[in-house]
Design a protein around this ligand. Structure first.
Ligand code: GDP
Ligand code: MG
Length: 166
């Protein structure tokens, strides 16, 4: 199995921490080279069963302006070309305008969107429940996976779910 996974989320939610954790476990290629001007390969997770290419989607969370238009169009293209979207949010922070912008775009995605609620190590289970309820009231997600990218909690489960969607 192989496929492309776009990771979306505003800065600081833990995207890099997640990728570093995943890439640290398995032999992987980390690349700084842009695949195209719009897609950037962040890492390739390879096992004997699957190959998952993680790609960044720059610009999708940024406010609209003249310079940002190209980036927003590019992010749209990435959404069309990938097989699964990971939408990462932080469990310890309320939904912001950055997340709302991403949600508006994700509603038009034609591929499964997985909500990844990161930093569960920082919150009480009740707060996690509230965060999940808030996001799932905004749109339908194919799956909701709580993780701690820092501690590696539930990241294996996320990889299993991702693999199953490819
Ligand atoms: P990015 O901007 O989305 O790539 O976010 P980073 O991966 O750079 O993480 C931003 C900050 O959040 C860093 O200080 C990380 O150590 C921290 N962080 C990321 N994941 C977790 C987590 O699961 N738990 C906690 N407590 N901190 C985290
Ligand atoms: Mg980062």
């Amino acid at each position: 199995k192989s496929g492309f996974v776009a990771i979306l989320g505003r800065p600081n939610v833990g995207k890099s921490t997640f990728l570093n954790h995943v890439m640290g476990q398995k032999i992987a290629i980390m690349s700084d080279k842009p695949q195209t001007t719009r897609n950037k390969i962040q890492g390739i997770y390879t096992t004997n069963k699957e190959q998952i290419v993680f790609i960044d989607t720059p610009g999708i969370h940024k406010p609209h302006n003249a310079l940002g238009d190209f980036m927003v169009q590019s992010a749209y293209s990435t959404l069309r070309e990938c097989d699964v979207v990971l939408f990462m949010v932080a469990a310890d922070e309320p939904r912001s305008t950055g997340e709302n912008m991403i949600i508006e775009r994700l509603k038009k995605a034609e591929v499964p969107v997985i909500l990844v609620v990161n930093k569960i190590d920082k919150v009480h289970p009740d707060a996690l429940f509230e965060t999940v309820a808030d996001y799932t009231s905004q749109m339908d997600f194919a799956e909701v996976i709580p993780i701690s990218a820092l501690q590696g909690n539930n990241t294996e489960r996320l990889l299993e779910v991702l693999s199953a969607k490819l």
